[in-house]
Write a new protein. Structure first.
Length: 364
């Protein structure tokens, strides 16, 4: 018998989780994996992934490129380009643990690189911009290749599958990092494929997201005017590029970037003190096309920190907690209590209110 609405539970879709040690303590990857296990029903096996920071201390000054290849031919083409623009210090397959629940995997390789001295000098770019342009060029122009991670001393690990199975597949129990984020995907209007799993990343910025971006086309049209290209068949990709543009190119503070993406309503801005009102008016008028509308909760990982942000109406759940030097975020409180059973403080951030946690030494 066909069940009626209200007689069957429809999952609210997607799960996110994150944690950071402000004292930069090494946290085993299985901790973040366990937090996702209790939110299993929030995803449907069409995508899971993780980002870890501080996981490559022996190569901390090199860019770690994680790349999916559809086959050997595109790998050969991509590696020829990499050799032209980078000095490759180390390359290998990313270690995996075969599991029956993760299938049809592409070739998955890892390269520790630094920009070629001569190429960098000739380009007249700084090394971050040089690397970002190389990554975007690969993803845009070399069919069958996708650079899904490109930061220093960090890495993204993602696949089609449930998060706990993805963590097992990538052997995350063998990694330690000072910060982790995680995502379980329940796609509603985009396909489930390896490139479409979260996190989405460029350089050291990574994004996990629960929700739906109704402003995607406006956001995409604006950001693509500045050299970015959205190629991955999902709305979340554009958020990673927006943060890169605002933080790296526009030199905004994290709070200012949050005020662009989850901008206060005009009626709220009008009630603010004059200095704050003038700043927010400028941000809304100048970067209005980067206002992200629709329900969302996101975690932004970056070198030295983690930021959580809800849409301004708080249409998606987000819980935060603290214990000593640790800060936790998740879609559900139960996920936090798996990582820390007795937090000192638990709260639900307000809509549009960024919660920022950084290492005790501060950001560079």
């Amino acid at each position: 018998m066909l069940k009626k609405e209200g007689e069957i539970r429809i999952p609210s879709g997607c799960a996110i989780s994150g944690l950071i040690s402000k004292k930069e303590k090494g946290i085993c990857g299985d901790t973040i994996v366990e937090s996702m296990t209790v939110m299993h029903e929030r995803s449907n096996g069409l995508g899971g992934g993780f980002a870890g920071y501080g996981i490559y201390p022996q190569y901390k000054d090199l860019y770690a490129l994680h790349i999916f290849y559809d086959g050997m031919r595109c790998r050969e083409i991509c590696e020829k380009f990499i050799d032209e623009v980078f000095e490759v210090v180390n390359l290998s397959k990313i270690p995996i643990r075969k599991t029956a629940k993760i299938t049809n995997e592409p070739l998955i390789w890892r390269y520790f690189v630094t920009p070629s001295h001569n190429k960098l000098k000739d380009s007249q770019l700084d090394e971050k911009e040089f690397t970002a342009r190389a990554v975007l060029k690969i993803n845009r122009e070399i069919d069958g290749c996708y650079v899904f991670s490109s930061g220093k001393n960090m890495g993204v690990f993602k696949a089609v599958g449930y998060p706990e199975d993805v963590g097992e597949f990538y052997r995350l129990d063998e990694y330690k990092g000072y910060s982790w984020t995680a995502h379980g995907r329940y796609p509603t209007n985009t396909p489930g494929w390896w490139g479409g799993a979260h996190p989405f990343s460029l350089l050291d910025y990574s994004i996990v997201h629960n929700g739906e971006i109704s402003s995607y086309d406006a956001n995409r049209r604006f950001i693509e005017m500045f050299g970015y290209k959205c190629t991955l068949k999902t709305d979340t990709e554009v958020i990673a590029y927006i943060f890169d543009y605002l933080l790296r190119h526009q030199k905004m503070k994290l709070e200012e970037a949050a005020s662009v993406i989850a901008a206060p309503f005009w009626s709220t801005i009008e009630t603010m003190p004059s200095e704050e009102r003038e700043k927010l008016t400028y941000l809304r008028n100048t970067f209005g096309s980067l206002l992200v509308t629709g329900p969302f909760s996101i975690l932004l990982g970056f070198e030295g920190g983690l930021m959580a942000l809800n849409d301004r109406l708080k249409l998606r759940s987000m819980v935060a907690a603290e214990k000593d030097d640790m800060v936790y975020f998740a879609s559900e409180e139960c996920a936090i209590r798996v990582m820390e059973p007795n937090p000192d403080r638990v709260w639900a951030p307000d809509g549009g209110e960024p919660v920022i946690a950084v290492l005790e030494g501060g950001l560079e």
